[in-house]
Design a protein around this ligand. Structure first.
Ligand code: SAM
Length: 237
């Protein structure tokens, strides 16, 4: 991807999808399935427990019937945003939830500084306006609060943006780092390879940054060396 004069390599065509029909149509049917295997789910939960501060309210963006938090009672509340009411109503960890299409409207329905942490689990590839959404996440987080974006190597290929489909696992970390930078709402970005049993279970990666008051610089540190892998079709799609 060639960068423009400001160093941003992303163009509108990078956010095109094979299926440009409205997202509410695609998510109208509930999918009460998991999208990564048990080992990757456990790795995500352990990482969330490590990074999200206890005693505050957490935002689970792009969620479904599971939030992958090992112990939700550590938080004063867990707010969920997703696309399907039946999935969200079935999520036992959510204390409040809203059906909200972030590609139609990236503005989050919460007040400034309401959350002590935020997560997106295996879903960031579906955002067509990631800079705006990440800026909004920065707004609803307290200063210094973490935003954790985890991903694996599976997706609904017709709904993942072109930029995601062009890149491998390492490239996805860099793309998410770019989303953080584009938002202007976060400090330094760090990437982690959390894959539990390389080659034997689903890979899992996290990219994390903390909400900053003013636009901040960035530095990326990718741990491990994620192998090149394309976006495999969701097993349960
Ligand atoms: C692969 S599922 C992952 C669900 C959940 N985070 C998990 O870990 O099981 C993708 C999720 O992205 C959400 N999503 C997709 N497009 C969205 C959009 N335009 N606005 C908000 N959420 C969206 C859907 O609610 C869907 O549940």
């Amino acid at each position: 991807m060639a960068a423009d004069a400001e160093g941003n390599p992303l163009r509108p065509e990078h956010f095109k999808r094979y299926d440009e029909s409205p997202d509410p149509e695609f998510y109208a049917q509930p999918r009460l399935v998991t999208h990564i295997d048990d080992a990757a789910i456990a790795a995500a939960g352990a990482f969330y427990a490590r990074v999200l501060p206890a005693g505050g309210k957490v935002l689970d963006l792009m969620t479904s019937w599971v939030s992958h938090l090992p112990d939700a009672s550590r938080y004063t509340g867990v707010a969920g945003l997703g696309m399907n009411a039946e999935e969200l109503a079935a999520n036992p960890q959510l204390t409040e939830w809203v059906v909200h299409d972030l590609n139609a409207n990236p503005v989050l329905p919460w007040a400034d500084g309401e959350f002590a942490g935020a997560i997106v689990t295996v879903s960031v590839q579906y955002l067509t306006r990631p800079g705006e959404v990440f800026r909004e996440v920065g707004r609803v987080l307290r200063e210094g609060a973490p935003f954790v974006v985890t991903y694996s190597n599976r997706c609904f290929p017709t709904k993942a943006v072109a930029a995601w489909q062009m890149l491998d696992d390492q490239g996805h970390a860099e793309l998410i780092g770019l989303y953080f930078r584009m938002s202007g709402a976060f400090g330094p970005v760090t990437a982690y390879n959390l894959s539990p049993n390389p080659g034997r279970s689903d890979p899992l990666y996290a990219v994390v940054a903390h909400a900053a008051k003013a636009p901040a610089g960035n530095e990326e540190a990718a741990e491990g060396s994620p192998s090149a892998a394309s976006c495999l079709a969701e097993r349960a799609a």
